[in-house]
Ligand binder design. Structure first.
Ligand code: SF4
Ligand code: SF4
Ligand code: FES
Length: 474
């Protein structure tokens, strides 16, 4: 492999030809700040529009500073990432961005989780030298069941556009207008609910500011918990127990199942259940449906649709409905675990507990924004009463726990309530990419042969997933 040798901040670095200064610096342990740059190695997607200029560095002898994210290293190059000139230019860029940005950090939903805020803190910016009393650009606000758009806070990095178009292949977002009026928006400035948006939330996950954020349902839940006429149940998805700990200082990925259950009881939930219970039901349905379709196909039924695809993801189902209405018989007919749980809770369990459906509130904690949209779909309501009333994210749950003054780390482990707190390993692997289809194929195999599957038989159904360290945002 052809390499080039250079120095960055007097450190000698040797990198493959074609490497950018930003990547080479990272390799040398030097963190050059960036904003519009996004790297998703697991998805082989590198987004580098080179537009924000936050990453500018000095190359002695060169008239202008260069953006490190798009400038390739050359042999003998000398790079200064924190010369006075580079720091001044970088600070000016951030000040200019802030000069056309709302200054409501204290109440912004992205506060504490915003790249622009982090840049401003790290650069020690204490005042913004903008034209006095100059108005900032404002845009129409847009809300949907899952996400909110506040383009006043958009820095035009266009990461959302890349993720929506290149990775999700939905194409709901693209850059519109010019100059100060330029934003990323659905075609003709439609509302997201009228656009092809599937509410997958991936644009929210990559937005570095508060321009795209999740709908927050925590206060609906607090009100329900405070209402003595309501019995409030909660179901938690498998991924939540592995992500929640990070919010309370545990190493990412630490399982905190017992403490999570204890925290939910301390908050006042009447029953704490596991969505894995419903995931098992989904898998029995999907596995049986797969077997049924294969059997019909093998016996010559030409009308049967293969392959079967999972119907557990509401964004995926929405994508089919919007783009492939002629293929609606491909996904399984099973409800998602969230909705199976809700319908069983409000029928079987409500009857067992002697509670009227309208006096039962079902809350779900999900690692996915589309679940907020899914539980509002009309087909998941009975006389206007939804099977699942509110869906919240892991982050919203962490807020609830903090608001409830619960000292998470000191809690003693507790178990889920029975019977809807029991599950098998099939429900648990839902939390990993490809886990649903692995569980479905294992179930179909076991139903057909009557034998247990070996551990490694269906490993190829699993994907690589996201880089959770950087992109777990819900
Ligand atoms: S939620 Fe998903 S589909 Fe909708 S705009 Fe964002 S990335 Fe695109
Ligand atoms: S909405 Fe967010 S991700 Fe999209 S361009 Fe604006 S700042 Fe970037
Ligand atoms: S991060 Fe390099 S130009 Fe934006």
């Amino acid at each position: 492999m052809e390499t080039v040798k250079l120095t960055i901040d007097n450190k000698h670095v040797e990198v493959p030809k074609g490497t950018t200064i930003l990547q080479a610096a990272k390799q040398a342990g030097i963190n050059i700040p960036s904003l519009c740059y996004m790297n998703l190695p697991h998805l082989a997607q590198e987004h580098k529009p080179g537009s924000c200029r936050v990453c500018v560095v000095e190359i002695p002898g060169k008239k202008t500073l260069v953006p490190a994210c798009v400038t390739k290293c050359t042999d003998g190059m000398e790079v200064l990432s924190h010369s006075l000139r580079a720091i001044n230019a970088r600070r000016t860029v951030v000040e200019l961005l802030l000069s056309d940005h709302p200054k409501d950090c204290l109440i912004c939903p992205s506060s504490g989780n915003c790249e622009l805020q982090k840049l401003s803190i790290n650069m020690g910016i204490r005042e913004i030298n903008s034209v006095e009393n100059a108005a900032i650009s404002t845009y129409r606000k847009d809300s949907s069941p899952s996400l909110l758009r506040n383009m006043d806070k958009c820095v035009m990095c266009r990461s959302c556009e890349t993720i929506c178009n290149e990775i999700q292949t939905v194409g709901a977002l693209s850059a519109v207008n010019r100059g100060f009026m330029s934003v990323v928006a659905p075609a003709f400035e439609q509302d997201l609910t009228d656009s092809p948006c599937t509410f997958c939330g991936q644009c929210v996950a990559v937005c570095p500011t508060g321009a795209l954020t999740a709908v927050d349902n925590t206060f609906h839940v607090i009100r329900a918990l405070a209402d003595p006429t309501k019995t409030v149940l909660i179901q938690t998805a498998p991924a939540v127990r592995a992500a929640l700990g990070e919010e309370f200082g545990y190493t990412p990925g630490t399982l905190v199942t017992g403490k999570m259950v204890a925290a939910l009881r301390a908050l006042g939930f009447d029953k704490v259940f596991d969505t894995d219970f419903a995931a098992d039901l989904t898998i029995m349905e999907e596995g049986t449906e797969l077997l049924n379709r294969i059997s019909r196909h093998l016996s010559g039924d030409k009308s049967v649709r293969l392959p079967i695809l999972t119907s557990c993801c509401p964004a995926w189902v929405n994508f089919f409905e919007t783009n492939y209405s002629d293929m609606l018989d491909v996904p399984s007919t099973a409800r998602s675990p969230q909705q199976m749980f809700g319908s069983i809770a409000k029928t079987y369990l409500a009857e067992k507990m002697g509670i009227k459906r309208e006096n039962m509130v079902v809350v779900s904690v999900m690692p996915c924004l589309a679940k907020k949209y899914e539980c509002q779909r009309e087909e998941f309501k009975v006389d206007g009463n939804p099977d699942v009333d509110y869906s919240i994210t892991t982050r919203e749950l962490a807020h609830l726990i903090r608001m409830g003054n619960v000292d998470f780390k000191s809690l003693k482990d507790e178990d889920f309530d029975r019977p809807m707190g029991e599950s098998t390993g099939a429900g648990v692997i839902f939390g990993a990419t490809g886990g649903v289809i692995e569980a479905a194929t294992r179930t179909a195999y076991e139903l057909f042969t009557g034998k247990k599957t070996g551990k490694s038989r269906f490993l190829r159904t699993k994907g690589n997933g996201w880089d959770q360290n950087r992109y777990y945002r819900f």
